[in-house]
Design a protein. Structure first.
Lengths: 346, 516
């Protein structure tokens, strides 16, 4: 019983539990759900598909986790996804050159590393812009990032001249569709971001400082934390993460659509973070939890489609599941269940 | 108004043997308090003396553990501030808690008699507000938003609102008793005069006024009688004319003083006084709106005690020295080198540490563990990229938990779960871990139990004997004289004197505090 209590008291217990339940449901309704086959030396299967599709959300979720831990928010991540894709597409050029009837020729105006650097650089600038508004000017995070949420898509359209730019450059497709050692390439990107952020927050004091700022900014400053610098850095990192996700998204669909790329990603990302156990009030954060949250959302979407739920009620079903998990996670329910009955020390 | 109240002899309000205990603190012990009709009665006492608890008992925020409240000789038991208002007890707080974007008339009348439940009769409301303000000799446009008036006028509006008759089941209740809690703390000199003339008018109407202020001169000017509280006990009730400011302070601060031979200053005076250079030297340090003209020398191995009443600038001094507020004049030197702290981190890098007065909002990071709270300042001093390993953190935390006797069974439990005294010890540990050359402690013993008080001060003084410089402030005069080598006295946000604690007696300090 004590074990169960300790388990349910963990901040991301219900997200993990819901994920397990969803996966179990899938297994029952579709015995082949977990089966992974090898085709052309690549892994194929529902699970692989879910992981691949969830990768942009996992990356954004991790970046946003740090922002939310400082008691901030970044609702411009979806717009930054669009900007990042637009920059990449614009730098590649969007020109279709056919080669002798066999197919297209890979043409790009700039080499791929430069394209990626350019797109990520612009995304980092977007994040720094948000960070400057919040930390230097002292704007409320939701307002500061609302500005970029609104204008960001305009900027993306400016970059692509208001067109949907199709990318005709196959090496770029590898980011979102390629495989490495049989595993989707995007998962390597997710792993890289996750390891980098974990090292950065847990091997340096950044994680501690972020949590302290989120819990008590005044006391943090008096203890010697440079709150402004850290807040700025956290928004910059979030912008960068959104940019990385933007590359994957545009690579996935082989085009950059300023209007629709990453649309409403901010909502799913906030949800992933909160489901993962990080409180919107700031403080303790859980990068791994946000990954689980993102996977939960993607699994839910896939499951709903697989279960043959009519598309028009998909969002309702998704909302109900999210509601259930949120209720289970709330403090009041925890007290009722008795998972959080640790008494304060005398 | 009843016949008894105008007769004057019977108190409007009588509180008998009021006791109130909060977990770990006895806030009030059998306090008696009487308020006569038409008098201004000042409730005096230091921080934590029990003034606000007494008011909260009176206004129904806290039920008393023991004792009786009598209004016009009839026992009352207010259950809430609204309940107290219905009994005729109104309160105006320091911060005007009205709606700044509503008009003056709306602020005065809404939710009160004169507004019907269905529709608001705007014209009647306006007339009523004007009449009420006229009574207080305030003539303003009541249709303008409250925020368009200066704070003093807003306060008058709050007073006017508190005077509007309450109705309960159609019966009107006049305000019998008005509590003014620190009404002058954000007012300018002439605004205070305006407030006082309003108070005198109310007094003439027979309303009893309970006045709380930390400005002694104002208390003397407006009040008829004082009741002094100290440590939750009633020291006594005095007609204003019977006390000098200094006598009042002695009653507020407490006279009992430790045996002189055991005070730190006396011991240090007997040892040969080394003429070491100052660790910290401030000259005419100041900031507009904070303290000004601060000259201060803090020597290694010596403790400076900062004395002064609430609002005299003790906390502001600490904030200037630690780089929280940036001074805009004067100079600051650390070991002979001029410095300009732009953030607390600057001060920390120079070997200074600071325990703030408000432990909860400025000290602890509540949801972080005891371990993290202890190592956080050291981590800041080392820099973000030189992270302390988990094992090293645990080791540091464990050693300080042992050294300071922090009662914590698990260093990884949130610090919020510790008692006040143990939290304060953990904050002390936070600074000791940075190996400070100087420690600034703002009211280090406030709100913690006696045992922890003595332990904390003993630790600090032990470090001081080993060469650390200490600056501490306290509302308790005996504490200052016991632990300080030098006593710096502040009044009205400036330094008014400095005494050698070895030769000073409390009379001299009181005299400086009172400005006599």
């Amino acid at each position: 019983m004590a074990f169960v209590r300790r388990l349910t008291a963990r901040r991301n217990f219900w997200a993990v539990a819901s994920l397990v339940v969803l996966l179990a449901y899938n297994l029952i309704s579709n015995p082949h759900f977990f089966s992974v086959s090898v085709r052309d030396g690549h892994l194929y299967g529902s699970i692989i598909d879910i992981l691949n599709r969830a990768s942009p959300l996992m990356i954004i979720g991790m970046g946003l986790t740090l922002v939310i831990a400082t008691h901030g928010i970044d609702i411009s991540v979806g717009a930054v996804v669009a900007i990042s894709g637009a920059v990449a597409a614009a730098m590649i050029g969007g020109e279709l050159v056919l080669s002798g009837g066999t197919g297209m020729e890979d043409v790009t105006r700039y080499p791929l590393p430069l394209v990626i650097t350019g797109a990520l650089g612009v995304s980092l600038l977007c994040g720094m812009w948000n960070g400057a508004l919040v930390s230097m000017i002292g704007m409320q995070p939701i307002i500061a990032t609302l500005i970029l949420l609104g204008t960001g898509r305009g900027v993306a359209q400016l970059i692509t001249n208001g067109q949907i730019v199709t990318i005709y450059y196959s090496p770029y497709y590898e980011l979102g569709n390629g495989f490495l050692l049989g595993v989707p390439f995007s998962l390597f990107i997710v792993a890289t971001v996750a390891i980098a952020l974990l090292l950065l927050t847990r091997k340096t004091a950044l994680g501690l400082f972020i949590e302290a700022i989120g819990i008590n900014p005044v006391a943090s400053r008096l203890a010697g934390i440079r709150a402004r610098t850290i807040t700025f850095a956290v928004y910059a990192m979030c912008g960068l993460c959104a940019g990385i996700a933007g590359l994957i998204v545009s690579s996935n669909v082989k085009s950059a659509d300023g209007n629709n790329a990453g649309l409403l990603f901010e909502l799913d990302a906030i949800l992933a973070v909160v489901l993962g156990g990080t409180s919107l009030a700031g403080g303790k954060f859980f990068l791994f939890g946000s990954i689980v949250g993102a996977l939960l959302i993607q699994t839910l979407t896939t499951t709903i489609y697989a279960a043959g739920v009519a598309p028009e009620v998909t969002l309702v079903v998704k909302g109900l599941v999210v509601l259930a998990v949120s209720i289970l996670q709330s403090e009041r329910i925890k007290t009722v269940i008795g998972a959080d009955r640790r008494k304060p020390a005398p | 108004m009843s016949d008894r109240a105008v007769s004057g002899a019977l108190p409007v309000l009588e509180m008998r043997g009021i006791s109130k205990t909060f977990p770990g603190v006895r806030a009030l012990s059998a306090v008696d308090f009487r308020l006569l009709p038409g008098e201004v009665h000042a409730l005096m006492g230091q921080n934590g003396a029990g003034k606000s608890t007494l008011v909260k008992v009176l206004t129904g925020v806290h039920p008393p553990d023991a004792g009786q409240l009598l209004l016009d000789g009839v026992e009352i038991r207010p259950q809430s501030p609204l309940d107290a208002q219905r009994l005729g007890i109104s309160t105006v707080y320091q911060e005007v808690n009205l709606c700044p974007n509503l008009s003056v008339a709306e602020n005065i009348c809404l939710g009160r008699e004169g507004t019907s439940s269905v529709a608001i009769r705007w014209r009647a409301m306006r007339r009523r507000a004007e009449a009420l303000l006229d009574e207080l000799n305030i003539h303003i446009d009541v249709t303008a938003p409250l925020s368009s008036y200066p704070l003093a006028v807003q306060q008058m509006v709050a007073i006017a609102r508190s005077l509007t008759a309450q109705t309960q089941r159609g019966v009107q209740i006049r305000t019998r008793l008005l509590i003014l809690d620190e009404p002058t703390s954000s007012l300018a000199q002439d605004e205070v005069k305006m407030l006082f003339s309003v108070i005198r008018r109310l007094k003439a109407q027979g309303i009893a006024i309970l006045f709380i202020s930390h400005f002694l001169d104002q208390a003397f000017e407006i009040s008829d009688r004082f009741t002094v509280l100290r440590n939750g006990h009633c020291v006594g009730e005095y007609p204003v004319a019977s006390l000098s400011p200094m006598e009042l302070i002695v009653k507020m601060v407490g006279k009992e003083i430790a045996d002189v031979s055991t005070t730190r200053a006396a011991r240090n005076a007997s040892t040969a006084r080394a003429t070491r250079p100052a660790f910290l030297r401030a000259r005419q340090l100041g900031k507009t709106g904070s303290v000004t003209g601060l000259d201060l020398d803090v020597l290694p191995g010596r403790a400076v005690g900062i004395a002064g009443l609430l609002g005299s600038g003790r906390t502001e001094t600490a904030r200037l020295l630690f780089g929280i507020d940036r001074p805009d004049r004067g100079s600051l030197e650390i070991e002979g080198t001029p410095v300009r702290f732009t953030s607390p981190l600057d001060a920390i890098q120079h070997g200074v540490g600071y325990c703030p007065e408000d432990r909860k909002s400025e000290g602890i990071v509540a949801e972080l563990s005891i371990r993290e709270n202890i190592i956080i300042a050291l981590q800041c001093k080392r820099g973000i990229f030189r992270g302390l390993s988990r094992a090293r953190q645990a080791e540091i935390a464990r050693s300080y938990i042992e050294l300071l006797g922090i009662k914590a069974h698990d260093a990884d439990a949130p610090i919020a779960k510790l008692s006040g005294g143990n939290q304060q010890k953990a904050l002390l540990a936070r600074w000791l871990a940075t190996d400070p050359r100087m420690l600034i402690l703002d009211e280090p013993t406030r709100g913690i139990d006696v045992g922890a008080k003595v332990e904390i001060m003993a630790q600090v003084m032990g470090l001081c004997d080993n060469g650390m410089a200490v600056v501490f402030s306290s509302s308790e005069m005996p504490e200052i004289l016991q632990y300080a080598d030098r006593v710096v006295v502040l009044r009205n946000r400036t330094k008014v004197g400095e005494l050698d604690a070895a030769v000073a007696d409390e009379q001299q300090v009181f005299q400086l505090i009172a400005g006599g």
